[in-house]
Ligand binder design. Structure first.
Ligand code: FES
Length: 534
């Protein structure tokens, strides 16, 4: 059985038994069950010298016990047929860069000759269209980052092999980040490849000659152009590969707004996820070129090896615990937990109770701040410990300044306070710093407790709302502070006495300024009128 070979852009045929990509690992053949005639044929079974083919083999689910996972699922081309005006799939001579790559390959289906798929004649006029689906709010708003270099590579390779080829590249902006990439662009222009700044509006086809015409504008020369072409090559956006979302749900890792996997920290831990032992690399994080992908693959492999080499996981006990006597059937905490560490156990008769996985729990306390029954607490930061700490640090104020409680998260919030100290910045001595794992742990009644304990003002100091080290804590704290302000008004306490601040860890100057500002504000407000004695 022979069918068009998808790997070779359907420019060649392959058998129903095939190995589509020579460097594939492991180098074994596959059977295309959509075309195989199985027992009506059995030619491959007869031919195989090692009797390796079992035609009755059935798909099976296999459970593999692993200590670490590296996710390298890559990206794929955006479906260009979505953009109707480019007629991909309607006109055979409109192809994508991936399909052109097979033609450019000397070992490919055309032996390196660039042909029009419609008639296999050499293509002499080639138009590249950049940003097909990328940087387009209708489809994918982001820049796919590598398509300019891919088109430049193809255009220069073709021009070097066929200097008489007439090649134009229609672009919005040519982006050549990377070492020596700009020289590549310069070289392409020197070779005579034409660059037209403008996004083409339509590709049409002369029904008689089969020639394509690309309607575009030249934004630099302010004129409309009709570019004739034998072959149009689209540079589609790069999108997450199929199944990325489903796999993210299974593994419990996050995806970003564009559907790619989210790293733990783009600068410092770019191949780690929020889950220990699960690493990501390459195009699964965002489209990138081969050298960067290779670099990330090395990083992920080394991290996985280092993780496994220890042979054991050391996990501290700073985790959440559930008081089963209070836990009701509300289901809030499993949804809130950024680490999927809380599950619900069926207790029968339509009742269930929350259960925390000590291995997955990172001890942020976001569940504590969310639980309406006060049924969860952190082992290392129990409510009574927090109250005792609050009372302790607010018990004495020898300065004339109003006493301020700054409740800081252990990450950016507290580090910003440290940064202000290290930079010898000044803030009022009456500001008392209390550290919590994440501002997401806070509950509204704790703000009232702070006022009750003697604070004239309360600052909640956390990470940026999209930069919380525990994902959602800072956003949740922001909402709680807003709600608490309304309640404070009800209790006759000026809402300006409570404020949330969100900093990056190096913003010590901003913390010092905020503390100064709060102090000035409280002085103007005067003493808290409705203060209840401790
Ligand atoms: Fe800083 Fe969550 S860790 S607010």
């Amino acid at each position: 059985m022979e069918v068009p070979d998808e790997y070779n852009a359907k420019l060649s045929m392959r058998k129903a038994v095939y190995m589509n990509n020579p460097p594939v690992h492991p180098p074994v053949y596959a059977i295309d069950e959509s075309v195989c005639k199985f027992h009506d044929c059995e030619e491959c079974v007869k031919a195989c010298p090692t009797q390796a083919i079992e035609l009755d083999q059935k798909p099976e689910e296999v459970t593999i016990n692993v200590g670490s996972i590296v996710v390298a699922t890559g990206f794929e081309e955006f479906d260009s047929s979505t953009i109707k005006e480019y007629h991909y799939n309607d006109y055979p001579d409109v192809i994508t860069n991936l399909e052109l790559a097979r033609m450019v390959d000397g070992f490919g289906p055309t032996g390196g000759v660039i042909v029009r798929p419609s008639n296999r004649q050499p293509a002499k006029k080639i138009v590249f269209i950049q940003c097909v689906g990328s940087r387009d709010r209708r489809w994918k708003p982001y820049c796919s980052s590598i398509c300019c270099m891919i088109s430049l590579k193809h255009a220069t390779l073709i021009k070097s092999a066929y200097p008489e080829a007439d090649i134009s590249v229609c672009y919005i902006d040519i982006r050549t980040t990377g070492r020596e990439h700009e020289y590549y662009y310069e070289q392409a222009r020197e070779m005579g490849i034409k660059f037209v700044k403008g996004r083409p509006t339509e590709i049409s086809r002369d029904p008689k000659t089969g020639k394509l015409v690309v309607d575009t504008e030249d934004a630099l020369l302010h004129r409309l152009l009709e570019l004739e072409a034998d072959l149009v090559v689209l540079a589609p956006a790069m999108v997450p590969s199929e199944g990325t979302k489903e796999l993210a749900e299974i593994l419990g890792i996050d995806i970003d707004q564009d559907g790619f996997y989210k790293e733990y920290n783009a600068k410092l831990r770019p191949t780690e996820t929020k889950l220990r032992g699960i690493y990501i690399c390459g195009g699964t994080i965002f489209p990138k070129d081969a050298p960067t992908t290779s670099l990330q693959a090395h990083s992920a492999a080394v991290k996985a090896a280092k993780f496994l080499n220890k042979g054991k996981i050391i996990k501290d006990q700073r985790t959440a615990v559930i008081n089963q006597d209070y836990c009701g059937d509300c289901e809030f905490c499993p949804v809130t937990c950024p680490y999927h560490a809380i599950t619900l156990e069926d207790k029968g008769e339509d009742h269930f109770a929350a259960k925390v996985s000590d291995l997955l729990c990172e001890g942020c306390g976001v569940c504590v701040g969310t639980c309406p029954q006060n049924a969860i607490e952190l082992r290392h930061s129990k409510p009574e410990q927090m109250t005792a700490q609050m009372n302790g640090i607010l018990s004495l104020n020898e300065s004339a300044e109003p006493l301020i409680l700054a409740i800081c998260c252990s990450e950016c919030g507290h580090t910003a306070v440290d940064s202000s100290g290290m930079a010898m910045m000044e803030y009022p001595a009456s500001v008392r710093v209390m550290k919590v794992p994440c501002t997401g742990i806070l509950q509204i009644h704790q703000f009232l407790e702070a006022f009750k304990a003697g604070a004239q003002g309360v600052m909640v100091v956390g990470c940026k709302s999209d930069g919380c080290h525990y994902e959602v804590g800072s956003q949740k704290a922001e909402k709680k502070v807003d709600l608490a302000k309304t309640l404070l008004n009800e209790y006759g306490i000026e809402s300006e006495r409570l404020e949330m601040f969100q900093f990056v860890f190096i913003e010590g100057d901003k913390f010092a300024e905020a503390a100064q500002m709060m102090s000035e504000r409280l002085k103007k407000l005067g003493n808290l009128k409705l203060m209840i004695g401790p």
